[in-house]
Design a protein around this ligand. Structure first.
Ligand code: 5AD
Ligand code: SF4
Length: 470
């Protein structure tokens, strides 16, 4: 038993040496070989990728992945902690599993991901949700099998969550969800400590993977036929800072570009670490896609300061304009939070002004949600929920107007799309992404899944395009 500790999770030790180690296989208890498992993942791409590892590790031990929850012998919820509603969804889902366990007492249920790193969540589960069989955290995904084995042998709820530092484990088995587009972690954790954000506590110290390991992984993916890699991190632009003197994201992008993989993407960027050299590399390398996700969070300098974002509105706009003018055909999306504690009508107006100035290709918008132990959760927050929701509504109207305008510019043009599968809404169509990350529903007579094809764009909506393969 090892419980999470949010105070420990906050500590950063500049002199600490990150342990880089290879995955060590542990055999699963014989009683579970051949059993079926189901994984539900919430949250960001990093968590999606962790979900692929959960599936990979269990599959490597002879368990069988099922998409049908009712037939599973093990159910794992890979959770997200970023906002209250992510929490609520998980607790709601746990109720459903409790019911299933009433008729199937041998069903095992486990929790991992960011919520597993939260002290209050784990305490609540230990006292009120005794039917949860095991919990492991984001730092010890590689010890998942030992955690499950211990639960099976002891017959008791087993919690193994670590809050200290966090190491880098290479070579964890993965069952990737796509055969064409792959996630590749480049930097784990985060040291930015934006005042509203729980990620530095749930994902630990910022630590880069060695570039040799990343490049090997990309080469391997290319050999397997992957067309696209997305380099992942809470803040990819900080890549290398903790590990090297003279090697950063611009060097990594160039090296990954030289592997010859057809498409390279990277998320998420923090404006603070975005250098001119990075912009240069993105504009020069044909296989680095012209798409930047650059969260602004607020357009008010006062709120940005309270958020601990380390830039002003003008600095953001300067960077934004550089990216727009130097990278041909680039699209830029952003994240915005409304209703941060103390946000006034004036502050909110500043956010609308920035959106009107930048005309983003898209924006993910959120109402502020207080998170355990974060500084912003302790600020006085006297704005009514209705007011916050109204601001979100107003913001979305403006954001969607510009998304539609940006999409309309594509109509009549031909775009190269990487086709990832059938369209979710219309089985007769295919769906893929342009180089600048616009979702396209594609009409095609041939099966084009897994290919990069030319598509003439015929219609624009706020969140997608329609087109025909030519
Ligand atoms: N409340 C609301 N939104 C948040 N985000 C992060 N933390 C919070 C929070 N406490 C948003 C930010 C971030 C995105 C991933 O989620 O906009 O960029
Ligand atoms: Fe959610 Fe953040 Fe954890 Fe991703 S890193 S799963 S967004 S809390």
């Amino acid at each position: 038993m090892n419980l999470p500790n949010m105070l420990e999770a906050k500590k950063r030790d500049k002199n600490a040496v990150i342990d880089n180690y290879k995955y060590k296989e542990v055999k699963i208890d014989d009683s579970l070989i051949g059993k079926k498992f189901f994984v539900r993942t919430y949250g960001c791409q990093m968590n999606e990728h962790d979900g692929e590892r959960v599936k990979g590790v269990l599959s490597s031990q002879g368990l069988i992945l099922t998409e049908i929850m009712d037939e599973a012998d093990i159910i794992i919820l890979n959770t997200c902690a970023i906002r209250e509603n992510a929490h609520d969804k998980v607790f709601g889902f746990m109720g459903l599993i409790k019911k299933m366990k009433e008729t199937r007492p041998n069903l095992l249920m486990g929790i991992c991901g960011c919520m597993a790193q939260e002290e209050s969540v784990v305490n609540e589960i230990r006292s009120k949700y005794k039917y949860v069989d095991f919990i492991f955290g984001t730092h010890n995904l590689d010890s998942m099998i030992s955690v499950i084995n211990e639960r099976v042998r002891s017959g008791k709820q087993n919690v193994e969550v670590y809050s200290v530092l966090g190491n880098v484990c290479e070579g964890i088995p993965e069952s990737r969800d796509s055969k064409y587009s792959a996630w590749v972690d480049i930097i784990l954790g985060c040291d930015k400590f934006c005042t509203y954000c729980i990620v530095p506590y749930t994902r630990g110290t910022q630590r880069s993977r060695r570039y040799e390991d990343i490049i090997e992984e990309v080469k391997g993916l290319k050999e397997l036929g992957y067309k696209e890699v997305t380099l992942l991190g809470q803040n990819v632009n900080a890549y290398g800072k903790d590990l090297y003197k003279d090697y950063d994201l611009s060097n990594l992008l160039r090296d990954v570009s030289n592997t010859g993989i057809e498409r390279i993407r990277f998320v998420t960027s923090h404006p603070w670490d975005f250098t001119d050299e990075m912009i240069k590399v993105i504009s020069e390398c044909d296989n680095v896609m012209p798409y930047v996700h650059l969260p602004i969070q607020s357009g008010s300098d006062r709120i940005l300061k309270l958020m601990g974002r380390r830039y002003t509105k003008d600095e953001y706009i300067e960077l934004y304009n550089k990216i727009r003018s130097r990278i041909k055909g680039v699209s830029v999306t952003t994240d915005i939070i409304v209703g941060f504690p103390g946000e006034t009508e004036e502050d909110f107006q500043c956010t609308l002004d920035v959106v009107n100035e930048c005309k983003f290709d898209g924006a993910f918008t959120f109402v502020f949600s207080p998170r355990e132990n974060t500084p912003a959760a302790k600020l006085v927050d006297d704005t009514q929920v209705e007011v916050k929701n109204e601001r979100l509504h107003i913001l979305n109207e403006v954001v969607n107007k510009y998304s539609l305008e940006a999409n309309q510019k594509c109509v009549g043009e031909v775009h190269k799309c990487l086709v990832l599968g059938k369209s979710e809404k219309d089985e007769t169509k295919y769906m893929g992404y342009t180089e600048h990350m616009k979702l396209v529903n594609i009409v095609s007579e041939d099966d084009i899944i897994g290919k990069i094809v030319d598509v003439r764009i015929e219609e624009a909506k706020s969140f997608s395009l329609n087109g025909t393969r030519i």
